[in-house]
Design a protein around this ligand. Sequence first.
Ligand SMILES: Nc1ncnc2c1ncn2[C@@H]1O[C@H](COP(=O)(O)OP(=O)(O)OP(=O)(O)O)[C@@H](O)[C@H]1O
Ligand SMILES: [Mg+2]
Length: 277
Amino acid sequence: MSAASAREATPKLRFTAVAKEFVAPRTGKRTLAVTDVGLSIEAGEFVCVVGPSGCGKSTIMNLVAGLDAPTSGTITMDGRPIAGPGADRGVMFQDYALYPWLTVSQNIGFGLENGTPGRGLSRAERDARVRHFVELVRLKGAEDKFPHQLSGGMCQRVALARLLANGPDVLLMDEPLGALDAQTRLILQVELLRIWGETAPRAERKTAIFITHDIEEAVFLADRVVVMGTGPGRIRAILPIDLPRPREEGTRADPRFAALTKQVWELIRDDAYQAIG
Ligand SMILES: Nc1ncnc2c1ncn2[C@@H]1O[C@H](COP(=O)(O)OP(=O)(O)OP(=O)(O)O)[C@@H](O)[C@H]1O
Ligand SMILES: [Mg+2]
């Protein structure tokens, strides 16, 4: 096998029989958060994970981020087991977690100034990188503002720019648009795909795992939707989303879009009703 085909044969991320059990320190109570998770994600793929509250979505994200380790099974990145957090994976959560005392530019450059991503870069290179990402997320003119002077959508753009400025290979996003109003959310979905590299060749795209409660959001964004269920958390189905890219406002009017969202809803409906009792 040539080096190139060997690379193609190795997925960016591979989950093999992954389970995670939590044990409460005081009571010893065990919770099997997820079990039997098997999944391969190719480089440049955009995978959305949907499922009812408590099905283990964030648990899976934390395992890929290396913030936690599986109880059994393995997760590999580029064929190597994930052993802990690393700059090759960038994480973004629902609360923007911006530093309130830093400006937009300083927030975006934080990892470059203080972490491994900026190592070996000159002052000028760091500044240029921050400027590049300020422009990419359309925040030019707001560089010197502080988070309290920004709208929720702008804060989320800063968080996204900060994530990207660190140059991760894999983007891990746990309900990043969850706190936004519905209109801003629709706009940022389109922006996110542009920034991810929707119009670029596949080789230039990041690999993305995006968690959401919003089925339409998942179908709009994803190459594949992973549908999870509860009791215990596990993968119920994996749906390829064959809607053409770039996705745009018209995508939501495509009859296949409606059919796919209906299909996902039918897969999670029973669990979702159970989750709310
Ligand atoms: N640190 C922990 N200790 C004990 N139990 C935990 C811990 N983290 C998660 N759990 C349990 O594992 C299960 C999965 O939780 P997780 O947060 O992954 O769900 P989720 O799908 O992200 O839910 P949501 O949609 O509400 O964010 C739940 O039963 C939860 O209570
Ligand atoms: Mg969660």
